[in-house]
Design a protein around this ligand. Structure first.
Ligand SMILES: [Zn+2]
Length: 90
């Protein structure tokens, strides 16, 4: 009987699952995209790899994110350039 795998906590299992399946539905993406845009605009580290993966494969959500980024940047009076580059394809 081995016991060395007891270090596999629910949290580490969740991370493994995320890494193996970095795909969200469009609904999940829609719910999270405003937070993601804020993250990009604030210059914070990209903490949402699953969302990034979705945007790179879904042009509808990518356009949504890009529009939202431009609107939010205009509202906040900030230059959207760096955030657009982080979004990709910008
Ligand atoms: Zn999508």
């Amino acid at each position: 009987m081995t016991t060395h795998r007891r270090n596999l906590t629910p949290e580490s299992v969740r991370r493994l699952t995320l890494a193996a399946e970095p795909w969200l539905s469009c609904n999940d993406c829609f719910d999270a995209v405003d937070t993601y845009v804020e993250t990009l605009l604030s210059g914070s580290p990209d903490s949402m790899p699953a969302l990034r993966a979705h945007l790179s494969g879904c042009s509808a959500c990518f356009e949504e994110a890009r529009s939202l980024l431009l609107l939010t940047a205009a509202d906040d009076g900030v230059n959207p350039g760096p955030a657009l580059r982080r979004l990709g394809r910008g």
